[in-house]
Design a protein around this ligand. Structure first.
Ligand code: PLP
Length: 422
């Protein structure tokens, strides 16, 4: 294949088969990518993005045009009335926290329509922990509509639970679960069911990992707010940090009051020098997301050929960048992650080990050798050490390097004699 890496013969053969089997799925992603690149380019042009917008402000950041225009571009790309895009969001969890605390008040009810939320949201909501300033401590009641046994939304229960709720909360991506991620179309059905029962309910979508995987975002199907992280999809591997909230103007304003101060909201907050990276990252995002999805399609195709359970199947309609592979035991998991690490451009020489990461319930192993610490739009693999010992895989800034990372993971398993399922 090349003089730099060598793989077992069987692996090389299966990889070629996996890739040709994926040709149609790749072509479908290319089509989505072309559409989204046109959408982003058009938004840049409509918003008259100019070099002067890349100059960073200091201090209070009054009148920072770059900050304002970036918000406009995001709003246009996401088909939203308004957006709040800031490097000050330290993570996706932080952006989601600002959105929930920005909108919810004492006595309000929040209902998750997609079962248990992402692990790090449990403490924010108050499902775990007490007396630490969670939503529950501030008098917000949390309820949850579990998914049906087949992983689909429970529309009847959604209609019942939406009554009296202030917010219905939808998580697009699978997170650390093996359920399907939800398409924008399915998210629309959930929102319609909730609003049929309660027209005033505010639909908030955790859009992490979903941006640019489809041609539209949940704002097109009734989401009042969508929220995500810039070290995932929309940062395009370029933004060094940050997050966004986009949606209804009045709600984005409330969120901005929570991020800065009531009354000041979006008018303050210097950009230092971060705007250029956030613009450039958004510009690259559709194509980087496409590379990430192709990397995941390749991994799904290869590991299903090897005999593992994979989620979703390689030819599924994609709505997030995540692939999960049930590897079955600790040894396979650790070998896989250490192989991914070997295929990273940064810190390829270190070997990740399981540890107790803050915010997560069980031990976790994380492989990531990224230009941006923790960026999961770059090739990375995470796995909680619990049954069914599944690894969640995401990212790949370019397809060819992503594919090499997957092959190095498989080769590491082969070298340790654990490539085949138990
Ligand atoms: C990553 C992620 C989050 C949280 O984002 P962080 O940046 O890790 O805090 C929330 N929800 C989902 C579905 C995610 O994938």
């Amino acid at each position: 294949m090349n003089p730099f890496y060598s793989f077992d013969e069987r692996l090389t053969r299966l990889a070629a088969e996996a890739e040709s089997q994926a040709a149609e799925a790749f072509a479908a992603m290319d089509e989505v990518c072309a559409y989204n690149e046109a959408k982003v380019l058009h938004a840049f042009s409509e918003c008259r993005v100019s070099e002067s917008h890349f100059v960073g402000s200091t201090g209070y950041g009054y009148g920072d045009r770059g900050r304002e225009v970036l918000d406009e571009v995001y709003a246009k790309v996401f088909g939203a009335e308004d957006a709040l895009v800031r490097h000050n969001f330290v993570s996706g969890t932080h952006a989601l926290t600002v959105a929930l605390f920005g909108v919810l008040r004492m006595g309000d009810v929040m209902v998750s329509l997609t079962g248990a939320p992402y692990d790090t949201m449990e403490e924010v909501i108050g499902i775990r922990g007490e007396g630490n300033g969670s939503l529950r401590d501030f008098g917000v009641t949390y309820r949850q509509v579990d998914l049906l046994a087949d992983g689909t939304p429970d529309y009847e229960a959604i209609k019942q639970q939406a009554v009296g709720a202030k917010i219905v909360y939808i998580q697009r991506s699978r997170g650390y679960s093996l359920r399907e991620s939800f398409s924008v179309e399915t998210i629309g059905k959930m929102i319609r069911a909730a609003k049929e029962a309660n027209p005033d309910v505010i639909a908030v979508v955790d859009n992490c990992y979903g941006e640019f995987v489809e041609k539209t975002e949940p704002t097109a199907v009734g989401a009042d707010l969508i929220v995500g992280s810039l070290i995932k999809n929309p940062g395009g591997g370029i933004a060094k940090t940050g997050g966004y909230i986009a949606g209804r103007h009045d709600l984005v304003e409330l969120c901005s009051y929570r991020l800065t101060c009531v009354g000041m909201g979006k008018e303050v907050g210097c950009t230092l020098g971060e705007s250029r990276g956030m613009f450039l990252g958004l510009y690259f995002a559709p194509s980087v997301v496409c590379s990430a999805v192709k990397t995941s399609i390749f991994a799904l195709s290869l590991f299903s050929k090897l005999g593992y359970e994979v989620y979703p199947s390689f030819d599924a309609h994609r709505t997030d960048i995540i692939a999960a592979i049930a590897l079955g035991d600790r040894e396979r998991l650790v070998a896989f992650c250490q192989g991914i690490q070997k295929g990273s451009p940064v810190d390829s020489f270190v070997a990740p080990e399981p540890w107790d990461m803050p915010g997560y319930e069980s031990e976790v192993i994380m492989a990531a050798g990224a230009f941006t610490l923790g960026a999961s739009i770059e090739l990375s693999a995470d796995a909680p050490l619990r049954e069914p010992y599944a690894v969640w895989l995401q990212g790949g800034l370019t397809y060819n390097t992503g594919k090499l990372g997957i092959l190095l993971a498989a080769q590491e398993m082969a070298s340790r004699g654990v490539l085949d399922p138990k």
